[in-house]
Design a protein around this ligand. Structure first.
Ligand SMILES: CC(C)(COP(=O)(O)OP(=O)(O)OC[C@H]1O[C@@H](n2cnc3c(N)ncnc32)[C@H](O)[C@@H]1OP(=O)(O)O)[C@@H](O)C(=O)NCCC(=O)NCCS
Length: 163
C-alpha cells in the first residue's frame, strides 16, 4: 500500500467510498438537516473541489482518503473503505497528514462527532487528544448546518517521532 496525492482518475471511486464511510461515522450522530444534505451529489462535487488537497491510500485499488486543510492544519475528512478497515490504512493516512503539516503548523486538528466512538478511539491511539466540544459549521448546498463535535488536536514536533 502507498499513500499518494489523489489523481483525476481516482475521483469516480473516491466519491462513493467517501460517502459510504461518512455515513458509517455520522448516521445517528448529526442533525437531520445535515443527513439530508449528504446525498451522492455532495460527495461528487466536494471530492472535485478538494482533489488538490487529498491524499489516497492505494494498493491494487483505492482503499481510503484523507482531505487536508493546509491553511490551518485541519484534517478535514478521513475515510477508509469498509473492506479495508482494521489493517492500518487509516493510520497510514493520518501519519501522512501529520508529516505534511509538520514544520508548517505546530499543531494539527480535526472535528469528530461525539458518537463516532470508533474514530475517537483511533485518534486517541494515534496520540491525538480531545480538547472539548465545539460547534462545527458544516457546509451544505443551502447554507451552513451547526454540528456539535469534539475538537481533537495533536502537537507536531519539528522532527518526526515514531508513534
Ligand atoms: C476511523 C477510520 C478512518 C479508521 O481507519 P482504519 O483503516 O480502520 O484504521 P486502522 O486500521 O489504522 O486502525 C483501526 C483500529 O485499530 C486500532 N489500532 C491500530 N493499531 C493498534 C494497536 N497497535 N493497538 C491497539 N489498537 C490499535 C485503532 O484504534 C482502531 O481500533 P478499533 O478497530 O478497535 O476501532 C475508519 O474506521 C473509517 O473510515 N470510519 C468511517 C469514517 C469515519 O468515521 N471517519 C472519521 C471521521 S472524523
Amino acid at each position: 500500500m502507498i499513500v499518494r496525492p489523489a489523481e483525476p482518475a481516482d475521483l469516480p471511486t473516491l466519491a462513493p467510498l467517501w460517502r459510504a464511510a461518512w455515513l458509517d461515522g455520522h448516521t445517528g450522530h448529526v442533525p437531520a438537516a445535515l443527513m439530508d444534505a449528504r446525498g451522492p451529489d455532495h460527495f461528487t462535487a466536494h471530492i472535485e473541489k478538494y482533489a488538490a488537497s487529498t491524499l489516497v491510500a492505494a494498493g491494487d485499488r483505492v482503499l481510503g482518503l484523507i482531505i487536508l486543510g493546509d491553511e490551518d492544519g485541519e484534517v478535514i475528512q478521513l475515510a477508509v473503505d469498509q473492506s479495508a478497515r482494521g489493517q492500518g490504512v487509516g493510520g497510514a493516512l493520518l501519519r501522512a497528514a501529520e508529516d505534511r503539516f509538520r514544520g508548517r503548523h505546530s499543531q494539527t486538528w480535526l472535528a469528530v462527532v461525539p458518537g463516532n466512538t470508533r474514530a475517537r478511539r483511533f485518534y486517541e491511539f494515534h496520540g491525538w487528544r480531545d480538547t472539548g466540544p465545539m460547534t462545527y459549521q458544516a457546509p451544505t448546498a443551502t447554507g451552513l448546518v451547526d454540528v456539535l463535535v469534539q475538537r481533537y488536536v495533536k502537537d507536531l514536533d519539528a522532527i518526526r517521532r515514531t508513534d
